[in-house]
Design a protein. Sequence first.
Length: 601
Amino acid sequence: MSEFALLRPWWLLLIPPALALIWWTWRNTDAASRWRALIDPGLLPHLLHRSSERGSKAVPLYASMLAVLCALALAGPSFQHIDTAGYRSLRARIVILDLSSSMLTPDIAPSRLDRAREKARLIMQRSREALSGVVVFAGAAFVVSPLTEDAGTLIEQLPALLPDIMPVQGSRLDSALARAAQLLQEGGATHGDLILITDGPNNERNGPALGPGSAASALAAAAALDRARITLSVIGVGSPDGAPIPLAEGGFLRDGNGRLVRAGLNERALAEMARHGGGLYIRASTDERDVEQILALHDGVLERSEYRNLDRHIPDRYDHGAWLLPVLLLLVLPAFRRGWLMSLLLVAALSPVQRVSASDWQGWLLGHEHRAAAAIERGDYAHVEQLKVGPHWRGAAHYRAGRYAAAVEAFAQLGDATGHYNRGNALALSGQLEAAVGAYEQALRLEPTHEDARFNLTLVRRAMDSSSGRGNDRQRAEPAAASSEPHLNQDRGRRTATATREAGDNRGARTTADEQASSRQPGEEPANAHDSAYPSMPADRPEAGPEPGTDSTARSGADGEPPPARWLDRIPDEPGGLLKQKFHRTYFRRHTQAENTGDPW
């Protein structure tokens, strides 16, 4: 037993207006008040019945008691603390997206790939109860994002998923299923949902019937998933007749014999894969029925999935407001006898109903953090300041709005590694590179395995070294660093700041190195992004001079070069290029010799 507290004290604000309304109604409906204007006050007591006068005084008292008790029950009186155990679902959902060249076929408008990405977006929007991930494949499979609770981060990356980011073309369905299963194992999930969006294996006529990339190997991989308690469902994209595959340089794709390639939807193979994987196959529709059918199957399994105790307890209080409901019911019973309550119900039933949008009332029911997330998603960053949220939410809103100084102040209130990392991003984008280095170093001291902090720290140090090299004529010990323009991944930091949920609890926005542990050779450096991921800008690119009335020293260095803050404006925002470099680096590190990937579409 501890001190008394109200969980929702704002409901008590209803008591004064409710009492005022009761008093006003009683004054205007009192029989004596109406007759005073017509009858002499000396005769009035002898003409009115005592019982009606007593009844008229009892009604406001009765209504006042109901109003006070209702407000008190809604306010949530609490006398006891409770500790709720924290749990996390051990089930994860991974979308496997086909990025082979055949997905560009325009047999369905606007193309198979556009339809597939739309289906992936719908799936991730409705996958709020499970961890989510994305795997893409063509001639090889790659992880776009590790398992995360933030589906919004995954949705932001969908437009960058194109066939030209893949290092090798083909249709390695078996490799995609194996990589997705490995991702589930790495994320600690005991149950998994895989939703494959593809047009099927395309090498049955021209390629081998067995071996890598064949339908037989894909069926074997699907059967292995079912034995591992992983459910596989398939959404087929395209038409059985198919259409020619357009090329970026014009024309259409032809095979080795010069014949036009028509990539049709291999529904038979995909249906067999779904059957072996214990899931459902359905052809992609123009509406959302296909996604609803598949998620109905997977969500039913999700409700029966296991949960992991997070070894921590969430402080909470017990709500005793429900114990006031029996008292309220006893007070309401006499109203049935007199017919008051039935009259109110009849009036409410006959009243005209106004159309109300769900967003009008759902916003009040959601907590402040959910409302802050919705405000950031729709770009209403100013609304976040009006909510009672932590500094990580305020910092994310300032960051997305470009108010980096305010974001630095907000992230400085967080003492964890994620807070220091986000503070370093804001400092770097505001041009304070030395302070950004300190923030990244603090993040690494708290979490030495924070790859994003190490990645950005390297970039900022290169930026500082390059700036120092331009300011004097001395030779650099590292000519490669001096000859290349430093670049900071602005989009990477923006996504991380946006996805900051509870401090350090969500790693959804952090882009980890793909195939990190399994593909690293002895003595090889970790697969972080280096110079190759950020091509140099042309050294002779013209820069605009200072505007009239401004100090040129504030806008440029001693040799006329732009300050570090201006470098960030010249960096093209191309997340697809970053993924392309990442996939190429991973592929050529894993594959030292060519292998059979099936037909190159």
